[in-house]
Design a protein around this ligand. Sequence first.
Ligand code: ZN
Length: 248
Amino acid sequence: MTLTKKHVFTLAIIFIIALGAISIASAYTGTGFSHNIPSSKYSDLSASDILSKYSDTECHVEERAVCTKVVDGDTIYLDNGEKVRFVGVNTPERGVEGYIASKNFVQKLCLNKEVGLDIDDSKHNDKYGRTLAVVIVDGKNVNEMLLKEGLAEIMYMPPSEFYPYNWANSDTHVADSHSSSSSSSSSSDTSHSSSSSSGSYVGNANTGKFHVSSCSSVSKMSEGNKVFFSNRNDAVNQGYVPCKRCNP
Ligand SMILES: [Zn+2]
């Protein structure tokens, strides 16, 4: 009797530990930030210098407020009392290399300015009560910029409306030498689809959303981000989520 109970108890404990390990492993699959970015990297640049390197996001602004404080590279306060955690990304904590660079970057873009939020529809808040959102400044996705600048690592914790791997791979960084944006350089595994047939569904490799081809978002999408699907299932199977406007 007691022996059986003991066994069951032990097994239960092992099971719980294993579950915990698996969930941690699957949640934190970071690409890693570059810890050696000098804290002065952006000091000579204005916010508009930085913003001008990026094209507009397809994320929708659902709320606007003024950023009153920057805690670190992924957490800010708004004048409506809200505390916002940049969804899908993780920046270095205080005391870790890269902390200052990412904090300075967000201060430069957000502090004392009106920012827009696209709140994560799949999960509005984290366990600390912070609003999970994409922060949008001047039409640009700051979460994505943090990844592209090497100031943040990916932190994908499903369920989430947003798929940060698409931000990291996308071609919206219009800066630098290679201006050509050769249509298929990124997002590799979509080779089957492609331009010619111009399917009835159009995905955005940047946002991870897909649309009917007549959706207004499609006309605003940069060519390099378009992924064509001939049917809805293909889009869903590749991890794209339906646009809330056009309901494909
Ligand atoms: Zn749409």
